[in-house]
Design a binder for this molecule. Structure first.
Ligand code: NA7
Length: 532
């Protein structure tokens, strides 16, 4: 076993948007770095999730880096909500433009990382047995990067192809003339079903939980809007930083319960017509008060009943949990797809899948012939990628063991017992609740500022203190408890994976509050961390 690049300052795991920006920033502060990336290409989430219809739910001009003014000006987005191939092109453009690829090793999967206490060095090992020694290690492994596929009896007997949305093949997939079994109605399923249904001969959708989806009303980018945006980018970015989610929307400060029903319906109609996630900001208490939430939820159900012609199918599609409990989805023709005569909806609550045979899905009631299966069944979110790597800290303890009853971090940035290990958008930070690009920039800026300061002061070791980490864990739960989302089963609290500890993972107090805490911690000589 050979140790590669023994003088490395920072080893980065992952070359998605976090890894890319990290390389750029680390070079600026004069630290050597290398990113190891499992994929054959860069882009992370946007490299793997190439299923039909994959696109971002945050408007394109906001889902982009703000750190370089020329980059902002030169890139042209073609649609209001960018499709996956264009976001991947953008990642490639960023990598080329800042000459990042010479610091990335592709097709290199990290399997373990061990903190060597005798020389305060991280030793990181890849699948092929190569070892890298570095002072620091940063996990830029993403929040939704380990696809989850349920165990289905007899899956091995199924003779057709099985596609997971989160690990879609690179080659063209055709469903023409095929009978497709489609499992999962989260964001990925809701985006891809309408496209699969247009191509396939028949689609049977197996739905476990009906979800809420608002129309995207996606469109080609308006050149005038693009011009205005570019002219005002600095102001717009600053304004976005003041919002809870880091996305420029138009939140209403009124309570849903303080306005008459007629007015409320008009507001909901306007937001529905505008489309996208700003629907959740129609009133200030939709996400926090059950009664307020019910007004919006009822509006949604009536929309579904209005769109879907078969009343029984419409009822099956009406969600039974609060709006925004799970992540609200954004679609193009999702509900309309159930009016096609080649699409059938089956509720797994009424008739669960018993097994698969070579050419059929067998529910408790019937056998449904299928030539291909699509699993849009989500991810082992937020902790999956970290727990998949054997990460050993001080005294040989593993991160997986330490997190057995749920992740514990300080600010979602570091973990007690694991010195010099940082996570970008880790559990306990706002991450998935916000505009990921803005969350990534904030984390990378914080980490690299910290490393620069340590370098200047000749410090070599940083670790989160146990007591501050415990306090932060309580703060994350306190902030989450204000939201109906913390009470609903979802990937936010680990409920989508059987046996996973159920702890609400993102920090929900909003990006401005979180940013202020991080800045304050840094300004108070990295309060809560021990630095030597
Ligand atoms: P999600 O949102 O976790 O959705 C997964 C879907 O798959 C959801 O409808 C699940 O039902 C369903 N599922 C999961 N396991 C099973 C089993 N065993 N049987 C049947 N159905 C199952 O993942 P996505 O990829 O759609 O989206 C993830 C995020 O990416 C999204 O929120 C955006 O932020 C982008 P359930 O609701 O668990 O009953």
């Amino acid at each position: 076993m050979t140790v590669k690049q023994p003088d490395l300052d920072v080893l980065i795991v992952g070359a998605g948007f976090s890894g890319l920006y990290l390389i750029h920033k680390l070079r600026q502060i004069g630290l050597s770095c290398l990113a190891l990336e499992a994929g054959e290409g860069i882009g992370g989430t946007w490299y793997w999730n190439r299923y039909p219809g994959a696109r971002c739910d945050v408007p394109s001009f906001q889902y982009s880096f703000s750190f370089d003014k020329d980059l902002e000006q030169e890139w042209e987005w073609s649609e209001r909500y960018a499709p996956q191939p264009e976001i991947l092109d953008y990642a490639e453009h960023v990598a080329e433009r800042f000459d990042l690829k010479r610091s990335i090793k592709l097709s290199t999967k990290v399997v373990s990382a061990t903190f060597e206490e005798q020389n305060n060095t991280w030793s990181t090992t890849t699948e092929s047995g190569d070892q890298y020694a570095s002072r620091f290690v940063v996990f830029a492994t993403g929040c939704l990067s380990v696809p989850f596929a349920p165990t289905i009896n007899g899956l091995e007997n199924f003779s057709g192809p099985v596609y997971h949305t989160g690990k879609w093949p690179h080659e063209q997939v055709s469903f023409e003339g095929l009978k497709v079994g489609f499992v999962g109605t989260g964001s990925s399923g809701i985006q891809s079903l309408p496209i699969v249904a247009k191509e396939a001969a028949e689609v049977t959708v197996f739905q476990r939980t009906a979800n809420y989806s608002v129309p995207a009303h996606n469109s080609k980018a308006n050149p005038e809007v693009s011009k205005q945006t570019k002219a005002n980018y600095p102001e717009l970015r600053e304004l976005a930083k003041t919002t809870l989610s880091g996305v420029l929307t138009y939140p209403n400060t009124q309570s849903a319960l303080e306005v008459p029903e007629e007015e409320r319906t008009t507001v909901y109609e306007e937001r529905w017509a505008d489309g996208g996630l700003p629907f959740l900001g129609a009133y200030s208490d939709i996400m926090t008060d059950l009664q307020a939430n019910e007004t919006a939820s009822e509006f949604f159900k009536n929309k579904i009943r209005g769109i879907v012609k078969d009343p029984a199918t419409a009822e099956l599609l009406c969600p039974k949990f609060p709006l925004g409990g799970k992540r609200m989805c954004v679609d193009t023709d999702f509900y309309q797809t159930f009016n096609r005569n080649n699409v059938t909806l089956i509720s797994l609550k009424e008739e669960p899948i018993e097994c698969l045979s070579s050419n059929a899905v067998h529910t408790t009631n019937r056998a449904i012939e299928c030539d291909a299966l699509v699993l849009a069944t989500g991810f082992d979110a937020m902790t999956g990628a970290l727990n998949a790597i054997e990460i050993k800290g001080k005294d040989g303890q593993t991160l997986k063991d330490q997190w057995a009853s749920g992740p514990q971090t300080y600010l979602g940035l570091m973990v007690n017992g694991f010195p010099n290990l940082f996570t970008v958008t880790g559990p306990g930070s706002p991450s998935v609740f916000t505009n990921m690009l803005m969350a990534i920039e904030q984390h990378v800026d914080w980490i690299t500022d910290c490393l620069e300061q340590m370098k200047t002061k000749g410090q070599t070791l940083i670790e989160a203190k146990q007591a501050t980490q415990d306090e932060w864990g309580q703060e994350v739960q306190r902030a989450g408890n204000q939201f109906l989302r913390s009470e609903t089963d979802s990937w936010y609290n680990g409920a989508n994976i059987e046996g996973k500890a159920q702890v609400f993972m993102p920090y929900m107090a909003g990006l401005p509050a979180y940013r202020a805490i991080c800045d304050e911690v840094a300004s108070e000589n990295y309060r809560g961390f021990s630095i030597t």
